[in-house]
Design a protein around this ligand. Structure first.
Ligand SMILES: *[C@@H]1O[C@H](CO)[C@@H](O)[C@H](O)[C@H]1NC(C)=O
Ligand SMILES: *[C@@H]1O[C@H](CO)[C@@H](O)[C@H](O)[C@H]1NC(C)=O
Ligand SMILES: *[C@@H]1O[C@H](CO)[C@@H](O)[C@H](O)[C@H]1NC(C)=O
Length: 740
């Protein structure tokens, strides 16, 4: 009789689908019924009865989902994103979440689970299976039956290697035999997976993945090929808010705004993602991150040379509600793009092309004009930038075929429209080398940047006095930071079929590099001129160079020699002459003469900073009026800040350490300025110090303290803005933070 009452009561509870709140009340009633029941009938032990009760009455109910962050981040190599609120995982590998239950335990025999994974309005729903099953083409979810914890079962969610990148939501639903349903939900961020062989961004070596995906600092190469400047840059992937901003960049893109569904679907493909990002880094045509400015006047924003890392730029963009940050130039655009790609899990590196041609009419020919005294004239629309910086991303090109897999050029600097939008690439580096100008995207443009010929013309009153051709200047060196070391690695051979190395004599000599140029200049006689720097110029020291004049004929000659130096910015025509010398020399038949020259520090000091020098010599045979030209462009290496870290080999996270930044004034006058020290993972934000008047030759030292928050190789960087010179001195030091 009691059993019957209890049974009907049980049916009532189950059928009425009681809520959790009522459960407690129900339980007390059940408890008293049990006391009554036990007195009458001792058939059930207490334990059996409890199990009976749980299975009959207590529903399966989720308290919450544990995202198992520390385990998943470690397995997915996203540990450095641990300060982000979200769970960050990579596609092509399962991650584990565990369900925290309330009420009874999970019963694999009678309960079933389903998962729904959502990206915007797109979703995929799947059953949770009891066999381990991961697929490279579709989403799966499973429970490992071995060692299953019935109180808190773990579900593995396995995104395919082709899943779209983005910020996902998921929902787990449980169904009991009695058709009860309970739900819990969570979120995760899904990135590309260069560790996964099925992923289109898979890159085979661990040191490359470390350098091109995980490393949050690097070097940008600038200046000239012969006197390269390595500028430290902090990519800042793991700084607060950067991950979220990079995902927002995809959300703000016109592609997403126009068709969310298509955009989410396309986000599985790195070719698509990289092209969207390349357009979104500049602010032409969209609400992109950076506004470019090459005017020399940056009062309304930040001088492009003053940025030291990507997080300041990305943070400012987010905080302003996605209005463009002022101002960027090529290396800033490239470095910020590198941050975004590394965050998204696409291997990326910043590449510098020295003497980069910008061929506006596509004839693979750049013309330069000089006056008869060696002054470079501003006449041509085509231009050569002393350097240009872009990025390369690593991916397979299923759209082009296997032989185009590997590094792809992407250029976020707004130069020319591609498909109606300022973006460039991905252009396979292999296609550039093999001149496959039929292939997507933008191969002809990049091909010209590394391969155009330069024609140098000496003019007088509109008349061509001399003409020469240089086939080796453009793309003379293409390089990136070496894997694992703070130095450059040449990529020239990846872009071009490199000819056998030429002699050490300057290849800039117009007459020596190509014999045909003399004939094309209409000269039958031979004179030659060579211009060569004794060594890479250093600030504070004289710039020493020689002009070598050769009489190739068997007659004595009188020659006029004009040497001219102009300052220039890396992508501009030179400004006015700041130094020149003129003279007349006499050469015996077949004689060669070397004329040493120097420009003193006081004469070039205005050029220090990021400016370069264009040096030209025009030689004039006074008898024949024949002219020959030789030119050279170079930068003056600025002094560096020296950073020393105390107890370098025992740096630990969470402990305070000290470093010293020192600077010696190489200039002939006093300097003063502001020293800024930063270091992602070492210092929070930046610290500034004022430096008062420092006499010529004087040294100043500044101590700093830092407390690392991450492990691994981190960059401590310092920059000193010399306020009375408008130039910046930089330095960096790689610091290895040991695991505690
Ligand atoms: C560059 O910046 C200056 C001042 O900061 C501004 O007047 C000029 O319009 C800017 N040029 C472009 C192309 O935005
Ligand atoms: C060169 O000429 C162009 C117009 O042809 C002008 O816009 C530019 O400012 C000039 N640059 C210099 C450095 O004189
Ligand atoms: C530094 O730059 C500012 C603004 O661009 C200018 O007014 C000032 O004359 C410059 N100073 C020097 C020493 O070049």
């Amino acid at each position: 009789m009691c059993t019957l009452v209890l049974f009907f009561f049980a049916r009532f509870v189950v059928l009425s689908n009681i809520s959790h709140l009522n459960l407690a009340f129900m339980f007390s009633i059940i408890f008293f019924s049990w006391i009554f029941y036990c007195r009458v009938d001792y058939l059930f032990s207490l334990w059996q009865f409890l199990i009976f009760l749980f299975h009959s009455f207590a529903g399966l109910s989720f308290k919450n989902v544990n995202l198992e962050k520390s385990e998943n981040l470690e397995k997915h190599r996203t540990e450095d994103f641990s300060t982000s609120k979200s769970l960050v995982v990579r596609r092509g590998a399962p991650f584990r979440v565990s369900l925290q239950l309330e009420g009874r335990a999970f019963n694999p025999k009678t309960d079933s689970l389903r998962i729904k994974v959502m990206l915007g309005r797109l979703y995929v729903a799947m059953p949770v299976t009891f066999v381990k099953h991961a697929s490279s083409t579709h989403w799966t979810a499973y429970i490992e039956p071995k060692g299953l914890n019935l109180q808190s079962p773990s579900i593995y969610i396995s995104p395919p290697a082709t899943a779209s990148v983005g910020s996902y939501r998921f929902q787990v639903s449980a169904f009991t035999q009695n058709n009860q349903k309970t739900r819990a939900s969570g979120r995760f961020i899904l990135l590309c997976n260069p560790w996964c062989p099925e992923d289109t961004v898979h890159i085979p070596f661990e040191d490359q993945r470390e350098e091109y995906v995980q490393k949050d600092s690097g070097l940008l190469f600038m200046g000239t090929a012969k006197n390269m400047v390595s500028r430290p840059w902090s990519f800042d992937q793991y700084e607060p808010g950067v991950l979220e901003t990079c995902l927002n960049l995809l959300q703000v893109s016109p592609q997403h705004q126009q068709n969310r569904r298509m955009d989410y679907l396309n986000r599985r493909n790195p070719v698509y993602i990289s092209r969207v990002v390349s357009a979104m880094i500049n602010s032409e045509d969209d609400r992109g991150v950076l506004k470019g400015n090459w005017s020399g006047d940056y009062k309304q924003g930040v001088h492009p040379s003053l940025w030291t890392g990507s997080s300041d730029i990305l943070r400012q963009w987010t905080q302003s509600g996605f209005s463009p940050v002022k101002y960027g130039q090529c290396w800033v655009f490239a470095a910020v793009m590198c941050t975004v790609m590394r965050v998204l899990g696409i291997p990326c590196r910043v590449v510098t092309n020295f003497n980069s041609a910008h061929d506006t009419n596509g004839n693979l020919l750049i013309e330069e004009f000089y006056s008869e005294t060696g002054k470079k004239l501003n006449r041509s629309k085509d231009s050569i930038w002393n350097f240009h910086v872009w990025v390369e991303c690593w991916m397979t090109r299923r759209d082009l075929g296997k032989e185009m897999d590997g590094w792809q050029v992407l250029d976020p600097t707004p130069q020319e429209r591609s498909g109606g939008v300022f973006c460039c690439g991905p252009a396979p580096v292999k296609a550039i080398k093999d001149r496959r100008i039929d292939l997507f995207y933008d191969v002809p443009f990049v091909y010209a940047e590394v391969n155009a010929d330069v024609h140098s013309i000496v003019l007088s009153e509109g008349r061509v006095l001399s003409y020469s051709k240089d086939t080796e200047r453009v793309g003379s060196l293409i390089c990136t930071k070496a894997v694992g070391y703070p130095r450059h690695q040449s990529l020239t051979g990846d872009y071009k079929h490199v000819k056998s190395p030429t002699s050490t004599i300057s290849s800039r000599s117009s007459t020596m590099s190509d014999g045909s140029t003399l004939r094309r200049a209409g000269s039958s006689k031979g004179v030659a001129v060579l211009l060569s720097l004794d060594k890479a110029p250093v600030a504070g020291e004289p710039v020493r160079f020689t002009v070598k004049v050769i009489n190739k004929q068997n007659v004595a000659k009188m020659m006029k020699v004009h040497v001219n130096a102009q300052a220039k910015e890396y992508n501009h025509s030179p400004s006015d002459t700041f130094w020149e010398t003129h003279g007349v020399i006499q050469l015996a038949p077949m004689e060669a003469k070397v004329i040493p020259q120097q420009i003193l520090p006081a004469q070039y000091e205005d050029v220090v900073g990021d400016d370069l020098i264009n040096l030209a010599v025009v030689l004039q045979d006074m008898a024949s009026q024949e002219r020959v030209l030789a030119t050279e462009e170079f930068n003056i290496a600025s002094p560096e800040l020296v950073i020393e870290v105390a107890k370098e080999s025992s740096i630990m996270p969470g402990k305070e350490h000290t470093a010293t930044v020192s600077f010696t004034n190489p200039f002939s006058h006093q300097v003063s300025g502001v020293l800024t020290v930063a270091g992602a993972g070492l210092l929070q934000g930046k610290v500034h110090f004022r430096m008062s008047q420092l006499r010529p030759g004087g040294t100043v030292q500044q101590g700093i303290t830092f407390t690392p928050s991450m492990v691994g190789t981190k960059m401590l960087q310092a920059s000193l803005l010399l306020t009375n010179m408008n130039s910046t001195i930089r330095g960096f030091k790689m610091v290895f933070v040991n695991r505690a």
